[in-house]
Design a protein around this ligand. Structure first.
Ligand code: G1P
Length: 317
């Protein structure tokens, strides 16, 4: 049966404190940190728009006005750039404001991802909607979100994106068990566990930061007690929908997983943030011709067998 209610809205929780990136995140929200020259959040909103979702609601916390402002007009700056005739810069300033209809709802206390999604309930209403996590960047060529929306149309219910990782990584993620469907890229999710101990993980397939949720998730979230880390977990509410025949969440239409085998860039920790920045710079036609040869030379000048900070041979600030 095809499920006709179209997915038109994207919920993007951005209220995280960004403690791993202090002091940079003291006054600048983590999702505003640039990957090359664009804040991470802009890549995410661009991905939502590419999948046809032009109604984007950011769930923000304290001190995050700049995230919403980034997607609005900057009349003063635009006037100054126009006066200088700097058309290229003017286009860069206007682009985020012209991308989508971006609005914002507040999450008054950091009570977890499930709670953040619940804060958007009034805006979303009774329609299926996507959730995109600002820390995860997905190669746009993968069309992951479009594939998830297609899976929702075919199977109904909620859809998660699943990626296979080495077993020692599962404890940092939501983790799924599942059964095959007749589509090799889509599975029926039978269980979900948030950040399991590797010895108790149902598989080594993790939930990555893209979801399509049935609106049935909202009443389930309201009834979901605090879970891992004392926070209301989206994974726990999806688990209730996936195991509906065994508990709450009936009529939610179950949960399917779209298997993702492409590139995911995590900007949530320093190592991955640095890798993402270098990789994105190497893929930029305007930067790569200078940056890649420099990078090669820089690496070949490092002494063999020395991977510590001494390898660079000088002190940096
Ligand atoms: C969140 C989710 C987790 C998911 C992860 C993907 O965790 O709770 O289930 O696997 O995003 O990045 P967080 O990274 O916010 O701790």
């Amino acid at each position: 049966m095809a499920h006709s209610a179209a997915v038109t809205k994207a919920v993007v929780p951005v209220a995280g404190l960004g403690t791993r990136f202090l002091p940079a995140t003291k006054v600048t929200p983590k999702v505003m940190l640039p990957v090359v020259d664009k804040p991470a959040i802009q890549y995410v909103v661009e991905e939502a728009v590419q999948a046809g979702l032009r109604d984007v609601v950011l769930v923000t916390g304290d001190g995050q006005r700049s995230v919403t402002e980034h997607f609005g007009r900057a009349h003063h700056l635009e006037a100054r750039l126009a006066a200088r005739g700097n058309e290229r810069a003017l286009a860069e300033v206007r682009a985020p404001a012209e991308l989508a209809a971006v609005s914002c709802v507040r999450q008054d206390a950091p009570r977890g991802l499930g709670h953040a999604v619940l804060c958007a309930a009034g805006h979303v209403g009774a329609e299926p909607f996507a959730v995109l996590l600002g820390d995860d960047l997905i190669d746009p060529g993968e069309r992951l979100l479009a594939r998830m929306i297609e899976a929702r149309r075919r199977y109904g219910g909620s859809i998660v994106a699943l990626m296979e990782v080495p077993p020692d990584q599962v404890s940092a993620y939501g983790c799924a068990s599942f059964k095959p469907t007749d589509d090799p890229d889509v599975v029926a999710v039978t269980d979900l566990v948030e950040k399991p101990d590797p010895s108790e993980a149902p598989s080594n397939w993790i939930v990555i930061g893209r979801y399509v949720c049935d609106p049935a998730i909202f009443p389930v979230l309201r009834a979901t007690p605090a879970g891992r880390g004392g926070e209301i977990q989206l994974t726990d509410a999806l688990r209730a929908l996936a195991t509906a025949d065994r508990g709450p969440g009936r009529d939610g239409g179950g949960v399917h997983g779209v298997l993702f085998r492409g590139r995911r860039y995590d900007t949530g920790n320093k190592q991955d943030f640095l890798r993402t920045t270098v990789e994105f710079a190497c893929a930029r036609p305007d930067l790569a011709p200078d940056f890649v040869p420099w990078l090669r030379e820089f690496l070949s000048a490092l002494p063999d067998g020395q991977d510590g900070p001494d390898a660079i041979g000088r002190q940096l600030p």
